[in-house]
Design a protein around this ligand. Structure first.
Ligand code: ADP
Ligand code: MG
Length: 246
């Protein structure tokens, strides 16, 4: 299997706070890796390092053959990585003054030089994929949270990413809207998208993950199949975390 992401001896500090400690993690093409752990354990920082939203001080990260080195000194790699990696956050970050269709077609037009008609057609195809084509002419503020998050996913997909990062994509949603977003992510997983997902939705994690990674105070203390991690956790930290959240 080809690894799309390779993290080696990754260390990250925020001032005196050692947030990521000697992280070793590879993600294979088509693999779905779910990262779990307590609040403040470093999950967001870890996936933000993958697309260069955070610098790190030691180690290296290779993303689809592009190498990120410490202190953010990898401008060319960063540029390539940002066009190949999609990211969806807890907050949807849609452009409020643009229609849903324009939100989705903007990056292909600006970054790729795709013609407007072609980009809009692609946007409509993607909006259909996330079950929201009927809202294409509306503005984000007219949509529910679950609808906005599905638009955010479509917007990421418009750049035809090789890898998708999700950081608690359903944590800001009302409970009745969580399912529709998880459905879209399930579909992506089935279609073979490589994904790194931070989530507190443990039954979703069990269902969709090829591998579950448990992080505690900046270290990966356990990883394995969902069955291994959820049913027979080996590390006491994993056991006590799961006892709290399951
Ligand atoms: P998680 O996503 O698992 O909740 P984070 O990666 O957000 O954890 O944070 C890990 C640790 O780093 C926490 O102690 C947090 O307070 C700290 N941290 C996160 N972002 C920053 C920042 N920009 N500056 C300083 N400390 C930060
Ligand atoms: Mg976080």
């Amino acid at each position: 299997m080809t690894a799309i992401v390779k993290m080696h001896k990754l260390n990250k500090h925020f001032g005196s706070l050692h947030v990521l400690k000697d992280i070793e993690l590879e993600v294979a093409q088509g693999e779905v890796v779910v990262i779990i752990g307590a609040s403040g354990s470093g999950k967001s920082t870890l996936i933000r390092c993958v697309n260069g939203l955070e610098e790190f001080q030691d180690g290296n990260i290779e993303v689809d053959g592009h190498s990120l080195i410490p202190h953010g000194k990898s401008h060319r790699a960063l540029k390539a990585i940002r066009t190949e990696v999609g990211m969806v956050f807890q907050q949807f970050n849609l452009f409020p003054h643009m229609s849903v269709r324009d939100n989705v077609s903007l990056a292909p037009i600006k970054v790729r030089g795709t013609s407007r008609p072609a980009a809009e057609q692609q946007a409509d195809t993607l909006l259909e994929r996330v079950n929201i084509l009927e809202q294409a002419d509306k503005y984000p503020g007219q949509l529910s949270g679950g609808q906005q998050q599905r638009v955010a996913i479509a917007r990421s997909l418009a750049m035809e990413p090789r890898l998708m990062l999700f950081d608690e994509p359903t944590s800001a949603l009302d409970p009745e809207m969580i399912g529709e977003v998880l459905d879209v992510m399930r579909k992506l997983a089935r279609e073979g998208m490589t994904m790194m997902i931070v989530t507190h939705e443990m039954s979703f994690a069990r269902e969709v993950a090829d591998r579950v990674v448990f992080i505690h105070q900046g270290s990966i203390v356990e990883e394995g199949t969902p069955e291994q991690v959820f049913d027979t956790p080996q590390h006491p930290r994993t056991q006590s975390f799961l006892a709290r959240v399951l």
